[in-house]
Design a protein around this ligand. Structure first.
Ligand SMILES: Nc1ncnc2c1ncn2[C@@H]1O[C@H](COP(=O)(O)OP(=O)(O)OP(=O)(O)O)[C@@H](O)[C@H]1O
Length: 645
């Protein structure tokens, strides 16, 4: 027993090794390399705690930092991870936690004139390149020619205005479209360039932050990572750069392809490596070890108290099964039967759904949950900010239905007169303070108006159980029940046709947004509600990429190349149901990343999220090939595979 307990603690020395690097007198940089569930995030928090600790009676590190006005910097991959670290380190002001964009902006924002010069050079170069490309084009009547012309004109315009901009700005959440705003990509490029070329910025970084820790370093922007390594090589005597990561979990193209390769991280760095997986049961660890074995030879061991666990592969003939939800519900039932864990089929709870279903793309969640009609057209709008807002649930035109309208519908359904009155009072322009004051002794009339507006709305709900968004919008707008978001304006005051093709450069975008809204508004309110439950994380569905860093007791990974719209991944190829392409073979021969490598890593990330039990549901045209490959590669035993033909 004592041996087993010791085994579980084999990695404890790693935290001590990391801490020994964090000496302000003799700093050392390090790359903590460890697989899924090995406690990298935990080690990161421990490292920060070691530096900020007030428990140590001498408060050695804390004191050292405080008297010199220095801080510890941490870069996380997402805002959610940033909030988690801030929370776990007790919001200590001695620790500055940022995503890479915000951290970059923090360092460059005071160098406005350097930013201006950088932009001038960058724009000039981009314009020159585009002009050369235009000159080489044989035809001038193509879309690409017209788009490039527009792009050149817009860059020339921006260039002309550069000297007039008093201050450049960057907002990680804003739309970054005004002349003075920098894009996300520009902020990273500027930071990389400044770090490489400007000794003063290097000095500012290492003076302010003697320790910089980077989580998920395998997906950190490659150019920035290279410049940080350069800074470390110049200032290693006063600066410790700590990378936490797992090359097998690199799932974004931005990350550095060579991070795990020999020689990339200098020999002088410490390279602690962990052996344990504390998250998953042994069967799941065995599977993720196998998935990984084709990429490298890093193997993990389970905790002594995490034996057992369940992993199953369900291979579905997609030519015969066209209703994924039916298939996946039957898989849940089979998992409940196999594991004896009724939560695989338990009634869905509002928060913390018992099963996490991982789909490749958002529209797959829409298809399963039944909100495609409202989501799909809007998701096709080619505008990054629009799309981000759509996925975060902050698109004003949709929030209007999901929050304001839905709230009123619920209050009416429950006959809750108090709630109805409150909603109208809070949100309706009819009862807006100014209108009431201006009405003087005619306030009664206004109150009657509000009442009749609610009645009209009530009539619609009586006539239709699940009205469409456009029906709701029309009643709301006609009766002035709520303020209408600008994006929905064209549908209530007949502006739709007033936008003409040749008005402005972005009219095409505006047109496509209007077309998308028109389609989406035909969906019923119930779809908007489902959409909202998905984007606010209450649905039990998430994307493969979206669950990075997280863990769940029961996980169902859905893989279906036909439903995925991109071609960066191919599970059919990974599972031998489809031949590798010529390009895959060339990439493989050249040692480059191929679709298979990317898919394998994604499968590793998703499968390793499971703590107790895991179901992989693979849709394919060739179930027997998938089954045979899974057995041949040692991923699953025959008894663990079920073909749903
Ligand atoms: N030394 C430990 N003893 C017990 N539990 C641990 C230990 N280290 C980590 N854990 C637990 O294991 C789980 C995984 O830890 P953590 O999320 O830090 O791993 P990770 O390496 O960051 O994972 P991933 O790379 O897969 O996102 C967590 O539930 C954590 O609390």
């Amino acid at each position: 027993m004592a041996d087993l307990v010791n085994d579980d603690c084999v990695d404890d020395a790693i935290d001590a090794e990391v801490q020994s690097c964090l000496s302000f007198d003799t700093p050392k940089s390090f790359f903590l390399f460890a697989g899924a569930g090995s406690g990298k995030t935990r080690s990161l928090v421990k490292a920060i705690d070691f530096l900020r600790s007030a428990d140590d009676p001498r408060m050695k590190n804390r004191h050292w930092l405080q008297v010199r006005g220095k801080k510890v910097a941490v870069i996380t991959f997402t805002n959610a991870a940033r909030d988690e670290i801030i929370d776990r380190t007790k919001q200590d002001p001695l620790v500055v936690v940022n995503t890479i964009h915000s951290f970059s902006w923090l360092l460059i924002r005071d160098h406005q004139s350097d930013i201006r010069t950088w932009l001038k050079i960058e724009l000039e170069e981009a314009i020159r390149e585009m002009q050369q490309a235009q000159a080489a084009r044989k035809r001038t009547d193509t879309k690409i020619f017209a788009d490039t012309e527009r792009s050149i004109a817009s860059k020339q315009e921006r260039f002309k205005l550069l000297d007039e901009i008093p201050e450049f700005i960057y907002s990680p959440t804003g739309d970054n479209t005004s002349n003075d705003s920098l894009s996300h990509g520009e902020v990273l490029k500027i930071m990389s360039s400044f770090l490489l070329k400007k000794p003063t910025i290097q000095r500012i970084l290492v003076d302010a932050f003697p320790v910089l820790l980077i989580d998920e370093s395998q997906d950190t922007n490659r150019h920035l990572l290279e410049s940080l390594l350069e800074v470390q090589s110049k200032h290693g005597d006063i600066f410790s750069l700590g990378l936490f990561g797992d090359t097998m979990q690199k799932i974004y193209a931005d990350g550095h392809p060579d991070l795990g390769k020999k020689g990339f991280v200098p020999d002088t760095w410490a390279k602690p490596a962990k052996k344990m997986n504390h998250r998953s049961r042994s069967r799941i660890i065995h599977l993720v070890n196998k998935i990984r074995s084709e990429a490298d030879d890093h193997k993990q061991q389970p905790r002594s108290d995490k034996t057992g666990g369940c992993a199953r592969l369900f291979v579905v003939d997609r030519r015969k099964h066209t209703q994924p939800l039916v298939v996946e519900n039957s898989v849940r039932q089979k998992m409940a039967d196999t594991t004896g864990d009724a939560d695989w089929v338990s009634e869905e709870l509002e928060v913390d759904k018992p099963v996490k279903t991982l789909i490749l793309e958002h529209h797959m969640a829409a298809a399963r949950m039944g909100f495609s009609e409202v989501f799909d057209p809007l998701y096709l709008v080619a505008n990054d900010t629009f799309r981000t807002n759509l996925l975060e649930g902050s698109l004003p035109g949709l929030r209007f239905f999901c929050v304001d309208v839905a709230e009123l519908v619920d209050a009416i359904a429950q006959d809750d007169e108090f709630a109805i009155a409150r909603i109208v009072q809070d949100k309706s322009p009819i009862l807006d303070q100014q209108a009431l004051e201006a009405a003087g002794d005619k306030q009664r009339e206004i109150l009657e108006n509000a009442k009749s507006a609610v009645n009209e709305f009530r009539q619609l709900l009586k006539a239709k159980e699940d009205p469409t968004l456009i029906e709701l919008l029309e009643v709301v707008a006609f009766n002035r029940l709520f303020q209408i978001p600008r994006s929905l304006g064209p549908f209530v005051d007949g502006q739709t046709d007033e936008i003409k093709e040749d008005d402005e450069p972005d009219v095409a975008d505006a047109k496509s947004e209007i077309a998308a809204w028109r389609a989406a508004l035909g969906a019923p309110l119930s779809q908007a509600r489902k959409y909202y439950s998905y984007v606010t994380g209450r649905s039990g569905f998430d994307t493969h990429q979206g669950v990075k860093g997280l863990e769940f007791p029961r996980v169902m990974v859905v893989i279906n190349d036909d439903e995925a719209r991109g071609f960066l991944f191919s599970y059919d190829k990974l599972f031998g149901a489809k031949e590798k392409s010529k390009r895959d073979l060339e990439n493989e021969a050249a040692g480059l990343d191929s679709a298979l490598d990317r898919t394998r890593r994604l499968l590793y990330v998703t499968a390793s999220r499971a703590e107790e039990s895991l179901a992989i549901v693979a849709y394919t045209d060739d179930p027997q090939a998938v089954k045979a490959t899974a057995i041949k590669n040692g991923l699953f035993a025959e008894v663990e595979i079920e073909v749903i033909a």
